[in-house]
Write a protein of this length. Structure first.
Length: 282
């Protein structure tokens, strides 16, 4: 069965802030920087882990993670010759971008396939366009116009300086109402405190999906007991190489022991993401 992992962190490690780097330098991830040193090495790693395609997560978070807007240009260049398997993900941070409307157009013109919004690391709520960040609405509107999905981090973060007051996904209810054609993905399905909220949002809004990254696969049915009910809008993701995520293949193997139907497994591991992002993009 083919596997499409929509949540793999392929980012310029040289930009990481010291506090973030200390967490990422897990002994279990020895050799990760070498794997991410070139697209060819990453592709070999995917082959070894039996993964066909990935979304290469990047976002602008100079205050928490150290990533500036240059990270978006970096991933566009990194994936340029391999976009059939490596889909570039970028971001716009209106706290650090005066003209968010122009920046989102520039970013999408680079071939970025998905926009990542990380409220606890970018330090604003997903619905902050309603008061202090009108530029955020420009980001959503352009993505809606171009049919580019927006992935939101939902749930808490352990990284230094992260603001977990922004971790609750309920703010995305406003986004789903105000941008009814915007394809929304709730990364991590609200783990560990907001799983019921994430499930509610998927059930309420037909254009909202979840990814299952960052959740120990053997615990998925404890966190999301009715996962089978939303298997048509659940996307596979690992969050590799974030802290605690040791092996992409191990996560896949553990997921396959849950006893879901073959149809549900196929939808989650491959079909839903392929439908969202298309079969190929050369």
């Amino acid at each position: 069965m083919s596997v499409f992992d929509v949540h793999v962190h392929v980012q310029p490690w040289q930009m990481l802030s010291p506090g973030a780097l200390a967490l990422m330098n897990d002994p279990a991830h020895a050799g990760v920087r070498e794997v991410l040193d070139s697209p060819e090495r990453l592709l070999r790693h995917l082959d070894d882990n039996e993964v066909d395609r990935i979304c290469c997560i990047n976002y602008v978070s100079p205050d928490v993670m150290g990533f500036t807007r240059d990270a978006v240009d970096w991933i566009a260049d990194f994936t340029r010759d391999h976009r059939d398997r490596l889909l570039p993900v970028g971001s716009v941070n209106p706290l650090h971008q005066y003209d968010a409307a122009s920046e989102i157009r520039r970013v999408l013109d680079l071939g970025i396939r998905m926009i990542k919004i990380h409220p606890p690391h970018q330090l604003f709520a997903a619905n902050a366009y309603r008061d202090r960040l009108p530029g955020l609405a420009d980001v959503y509107a352009e993505c809606q116009l171009r049919d580019v999905p927006v992935m939101f981090h939902t749930g808490t973060s352990i990284f230094p300086r992260a603001r977990n007051v922004f971790a609750d996904p309920m703010a995305i209810d406003d986004v789903a109402i105000d941008f009814p054609r915007l394809r929304i993905i709730l990364a991590h399905a609200g783990r560990p405190l907001f799983m019921e909220t994430a499930f509610f949002l998927v059930r309420r809004h037909p254009h909202v999906s979840v990814d299952l990254s960052g959740i120990p696969p053997k615990s998925l049915l404890r966190y999301i007991p009715r996962l089978a009910d939303i298997s048509d809008r659940a996307l596979w993701g690992t969050d590799w190489p974030s802290p605690g995520i040791v092996s992409m293949k191990r996560n896949i193997d553990d997921f396959r022991t849950l006893g879901l139907s073959p149809e549900a497994e196929r939808r989650i591991l491959w079909e839903n993401a392929t439908r969202m992002f298309g079969a190929t993009d050369s």
